[in-house]
Ligand binder design. Structure first.
Ligand SMILES: CC(C)=CCC/C(C)=C/CC/C(C)=C/COP(=O)(O)OP(=O)(O)O
Ligand SMILES: [Zn+2]
Length: 477
């Protein structure tokens, strides 16, 4: 694609063409056709240079190589990445989460060592720094907590000081709704997301933490429709994911102009490559498979809100859900979590009442819950980009061909891959139909929670664990 603002990723059925006021059928049909062609184009290019056997090998996820690459990295965590000395909880998270998506189990020695290391990164006043003794930072706090949730088990989860984490978050909180990333640090939408995602998992979402966040994120939505890092900044996939996920966690996506956001993000998928770019006129990059793919995953779960925001979108958007049931009865939400709550402190009745609205967060309260709508992007083309262009034969995944693999891109390419595979599932946590998985079905990864990006079964374990923990003192006022 080089630097084109690609006509890609449109809703099947052509919502984008209509929204722009152009002759909708021909534009949307052409866009849809171009998306459908993109995997074919990639495969065709490879097939002409290789025999059929090689082509099917290229569509395989090279699990063993990736696992070897990740395990080797984890063994040498302290020495290999001295440039990332202030991001060591990130390395733990990227590697452990990648292994979890690949369904690899860690030895108790690895867990013990990791919990001990992350505990030494935990500041005595709350939050996690980039290494032992370093200043606590919201981003490394998110990474450390997600790494501990990914390992799971009481020792890992109980090592997090919830009370002090909340105190740290409240110290970073600004009255207008933003968060500083660290003491004296920058304020941007990452701060809102990292604080709210962690607060959601730890069950410390107190009202004063959430005050004015929706207004702040709303002020970061740009004329293009995506979300920038701060008011006035350019719309970018990383910040759009952070902003949308934060609001979804708070059930406040109503403050955004969702049709405009959809209009921006559908054009971020490369019509030729199938991968995503982070912003207009930039190159596609494997890591946006998650940041932009995650935006799509969330939008797929907030279609009723989107439809209600713009009349006239019902036709094209509903067409995008072909093959999906139109609306499910959400009343069976929370059964999964509620079933385990009998002796716990969760107000099941309240949960059930709020679950009548199919919000993103409610849709994950039950592993039984239905996905109401199909994806608004070309999930096959994205899988094609990840498998064909981002895998490195020696192990690991990358931004794009000619770049080297690294743990950040390995984590976010795999996170995007699993979301793309799951986007055609009809139920949360149910395996997708074979046609949804590009390449052999053995490519299928463990499902992740699109709001927190941890494997789904560990998300449920952590949510149950913290809901059964005593309320933090700040809660009691
Ligand atoms: C949870 C958490 C901390 C999320 C972070 C989200 C995220 C990835 C933000 C993107 C940051 C950014 C400005 C990248 C642009 O880099 P670039 O100019 O090198 O890339 P580009 O050319 O693709 O825009
Ligand atoms: Zn990248």
């Amino acid at each position: 694609m080089a630097s084109s603002s690609s006509a890609a990723g449109a809703a099947a059925g052509g919502g984008v063409g209509e929204q722009r006021g152009s002759p909708s059928t021909s534009v949307s049909e052409r866009m849809q056709k171009s998306l459908e062609d993109s995997v074919e184009t990639l495969l065709g290019a490879f097939a002409s240079a290789a025999n059929q056997h090689t082509t099917s090998l290229l569509l395989e996820l090279w699990r063993d190589e990736h696992v070897k690459y990740l395990k080797k990295g984890y063994q040498h965590l302290s020495s290999t990445y001295s440039v990332l000395d202030s991001s060591r909880p990130w390395l733990c998270y990227w590697i452990l989460h990648s292994l979890a998506m690949l369904n690899q189990h860690y030895s108790s020695a690895v867990c013990y060592r990791s919990i001990d290391f992350l505990s030494r990164c935990q500041d005595k006043h709350g939050g996690y720094g980039g290494g032992p003794g370093q200043m606590p930072h919201l981003a490394t706090t998110y990474a450390a907590v997600n790494a501990l949730v990914t390992m799971g088990g009481e020792k890992a989860l109980a090592s997090i000081d919830r009370e002090k984490t909340l105190q740290f978050f409240l110290r970073m909180k600004q009255p207008f709704g933003g968060f500083r990333m660290h003491d004296e640090g920058e304020i941007d939408v990452r701060g809102c997301y990292t604080a709210v995602s962690v607060a959601h998992i730890l069950d410390i979402m107190v009202p004063e933490l959430l005050e004015n966040i929706p207004e702040y994120i709303c002020s970061c939505q740009t004329y293009e429709g995506g979300i920038g890092g701060e008011p006035g900044a350019e719309a970018h996939g990383g910040y759009t994911y952070c902003g949308l996920a934060t609001l979804a966690l708070m059930n406040r996506v109503d403050v955004l102009d969702l049709p405009s956001l959809v209009n921006w993000v559908v054009f971020r998928q490369g019509a030729v490559e199938g991968g995503f770019q982070g912003r207009t006129n930039k190159l596609v990059d494997g890591c946006y498979s998650f940041w932009q793919g995650g935006v799509f995953s969330l939008l797929q779960r907030m279609m009723p809100e989107l439809i209600s925001q713009q009349e006239g979108w019902n036709g094209p958007l509903l067409a995008a859900s072909q093959g999906f049931s139109s609306m499910s009865d959400a009343s069976n939400c929370v059964e999964e979590v509620a079933g385990d709550e009998t002796e716990g402190s969760v107000d099941v009745e309240k949960e059930k009442r709020t679950s009548q609205r199919p919000t993103v967060i409610n849709q994950f309260m039950s592993t039984d819950d239905q996905l109401l709508y199909g994806p608004l992007f070309n999930a096959q083309a994205l899988q094609g980009y990840i498998l064909l262009c981002c895998q490195v034969l020696e192990g690991g995944l990358r931004d794009k061909p000619k770049k080297s693999a690294d743990y950040y891109h390995t984590c976010y390419c795999l996170s995007g891959l699993t979301l793309a595979q799951d986007s055609a599932s009809h139920r949360i946590n149910a395996p997708p139909p074979p046609r949804a998985v590009l390449g052999p079905y053995s490519n299928l990864l463990e499902p992740v929670h699109p709001l927190c990006n941890v494997v789904l079964r560990r998300y449920y374990e952590a949510v149950r664990f913290f809901r059964h923990s005593p309320p933090v003192a700040s809660y009691l006022g």
